[in-house]
Ligand binder design. Structure first.
Ligand code: TRP
Length: 449
């Protein structure tokens, strides 16, 4: 089967950044930092990104480009007759589950575009703004309608094919989003709670850090870099053979982290300015920033622009999430793109109804003490992505031919790759050992000293 590639190197980076940058950066990252105590978590998170996240990102791109196939089939191409493709199956399943709660949050961003246009935040105090959010997400129908609209748009783009869709949207969206979060961050710092917000985010107070923080940091580094789901494998299969995989991976991780940190600055400065709770969880961005827009010059337009960009950032990610299931449908199940898109999107939407309702619409959708929504969020990021990624690097580091990896990373010897040794050590020893330790500590086997 012929695979269409990206038009340009910039296009590939932008599409991959488009997949990486999304609700994970602006919605999930700040709330995870907040619930895990701030600066110490941030530090651990950045370290984990560099030592584990980036090498795995390289690995996924490498596997996809080598095999020129999707998550599941790539492993069958590289290791015929072996069971490694199981990681691809976890990956496809994870992309499906993530999309089912992710599209709910994406739907919230659409509602918030409408709320900003209607100037609904003006003149409200922080409590009223929080009520606005709570009553919206717990209403039974409205969030589901938005989720439906969002999934429909995603499906139409994925149905049309890869490069036309993703590359075009990402190319203008990411730079714009960057500008917006920079301006929001600057505004945040100038607010009354600016200093306190910065301190919360950047001062590593380890008394606030728990062992679960490691797993949350690991899980989020995969979530935000779109790892463990073979999305980057699917994208890697479209990457040109001239691309430097190592450089691309660093660029992707850099932009992704930059946007997340700027969003964090904007959010925590306003948390402390308006007397909100940093650890309140998944609603954080929706109850903080709407307090800031009304006190900003040009805040009306700015608020609209922010939520439009949030929706677009979510869109480039939902595209990549759906693309994983669709590529599986096309390459492994031999469906047409159209059929695969429609079937996958419908399945995801049905599941997302449950996620949405579990935010208050109906009370019985709980798993343990978590809502179904929070349960899926934790299950996928902390367990499914990590396990799938673990299998991927075990395969590359211990069972795949080192010289083939070298060959692929040096573009068949056409470019020099000084980082090869560091990369190989990371995926063969450092990352797997660190991941096992993090797992053991999270289930309480390793007690903190
Ligand atoms: N990385 C995206 C974000 O931060 C979400 C996402 C898109 C994702 N594709 C993924 C997460 C693949 C895990 C795997 O919003």
């Amino acid at each position: 089967m012929e695979r269409k590639g990206f038009n340009s190197s910039f296009g590939m980076i932008m599409a991959a950044v488009g997949s990486a940058v999304g609700l994970g950066n602006i919605w999930r990252f700040p709330y995870i930092v907040g619930t895990n105590g701030g600066g110490a978590f941030l530090l651990i998170y950045v370290l984990i990104c560099i030592v584990i996240g980036v090498p795995i990102l390289m690995s996924e791109i490498l596997i996809g480009r080598r095999a020129k196939s999707d998550a599941v089939d790539s492993f069958k191409v590289l290791a015929p007759g072996k069971k490694w493709y199981v990681s691809g199956i976890i990956a496809v399943l994870a992309s499906f589950l993530i999309l089912s709660f992710y599209s709910v949050v994406a739907g919230w961003s659409l509602e918030y575009i409408v709320k900003s246009v209607g100037n609904e935040f003006a003149g409200k105090n922080p409590d009223q703004i929080a009520d606005l959010f709570t009553s919206f997400i717990s209403s039974p129908v409205k969030p589901i309608v938005w989720t439906f609209i969002f999934m429909l748009i995603t499906m139409l783009i994925v149905k049309a094919g890869v490069e036309e869709g993703i590359e075009k949207v990402s190319k203008f969206m990411i730079p714009l989003l960057l500008v917006i979060v920079i301006l929001l961050g600057i505004k945040g710092i100038s607010l009354e709670g600016g200093k306190e917000g910065l301190k919360f985010m950047f001062y590593p107070d380890f008394s606030q850090f728990t062992m679960e923080g490691f797993l949350a940091a690991l899980g989020h580094s995969f979530f935000t870099l779109s790892l463990g789901m073979a999305i980057m494998t699917t994208y890697g299969s479209y990457v040109s053979d001239d691309e430097d995989i190592v450089k691309s991976a660093f660029k992707i991780a850099f932009f992704d982290t930059l946007i997340a940190i700027l969003a964090g600055v904007a959010i925590f400065t306003s948390v402390f300015t308006f007397g909100l709770d940093p650890s309140q969880g998944a609603g954080l961005v929706f109850v903080t920033l709407p307090n800031v827009f009304p006190v900003m010059p040009g805040g009306y337009i700015f608020g609209i622009a922010f939520f439009v960009l949030l929706a677009l950032a979510a869109l480039t990610s939902t595209i990549s999430l759906l693309e994983t299931s669709v590529a599986f449908g096309i390459d492994t199940l031999k469906l047409t793109r159209k059929k695969a898109s429609i079937i996958a999107a419908t399945g995801v939407f049905l599941l997302s109804i449950l996620s949405s309702l579990s935010n208050g619409g109906v009370s019985f959708l709980q798993v343990g003490d978590l809502s179904f929504f929070d349960f899926l969020d934790k299950l996928t990021a902390n367990y499914m992505l990590t396990v799938a990624a673990f299998i991927e690097i075990l395969f590359l580091g211990w069972f795949y031919n080192k010289s083939e990896i070298y060959d692929e990373l040096t573009n068949k010897g056409r470019i020099e790759q000084k980082a090869f040794k560091a990369y190989y050590t990371a995926i063969k020893y450092i990352a797997p050992v660190a991941m096992v330790l993090i797992f053991l500590s999270s289930i309480g086997v390793l007690k903190s000293a």
